[in-house]
Design a protein around this ligand. Structure first.
Ligand code: S3P
Length: 171
């Protein structure tokens, strides 16, 4: 089985994804890293050199390869579900979990770690909050098509495991 973690930047997909993969004895894959390896560039460099459209195309291409894997947890890029047919592709190929986090919490997490994220790199904290709120509103229709939506102030890997058990996806 493939588990896709979906959600905005700073929602904890990578941290929780690594923990979840370890608990399930699955492999952890970071979609952004797959793209970075292919281009031999950081996501910021890809945006700067080739533009967002090319990055979104690369995201779709990476995903089409990744859905062929088995037994892995994939942390997807924050925008990935909203472009091409990525959300459908993920729902057809595995179990999608939307990690929903309050915009204010996201901003607290992102404000000191946003230079590596091209879409928010020049924003002040106030601008970041407005941007995050607006983008999450825009992206929610995509994110919400996930098979499971988890909303918590401090989601832990055990919460995810319990939720997977509740929907009959584990054990
Ligand atoms: C993006 C999120 C990033 C990365 C790129 C674009 C977005 O991934 O794919 O900077 O559009 O929200 P993370 O969610 O892993 O930060």
């Amino acid at each position: 089985m493939i588990i896709f973690l979906i959600g905005f930047m700073g929602s904890g997909k990578t941290t929780l994804g690594k923990q979840l993969a370890s608990k399930l004895s699955y492999r952890f894959i970071d979609q952004d890293e797959v793209i970075e390896q292919k281009y031999q560039m950081t996501v910021s460099e890809i945006f700067a050199k080739h533009g967002e459209e090319e990055f979104r195309r690369a995201e779709n291409e990476a995903l089409r390869e990744l859905v062929k894997r088995e037994n892995c947890v994939i942390a997807t890029g924050g925008g990935a579900p909203c472009f091409h047919n990525n959300m459908e592709l993920m729902n057809e190929s595995g179990f999608t979990i939307y990690i929903k986090v309050d915009p204010k919490i996201i901003v607290q997490r992102l404000k000191d770690a946003h230079t590596s994220r091209p879409l928010i790199k020049d924003k002040s904290e106030t601008e970041l909050l407005a941007y995050t709120q607006q983008k999450i509103a825009e992206r929610s229709p995509f994110y919400s098509r996930s098979k499971l939506v988890l909303y918590s102030k401090s989601l832990t890997v055990d919460d995810i495991l319990r939720a997977l058990e509740d929907v009959g996806m584990k054990g």
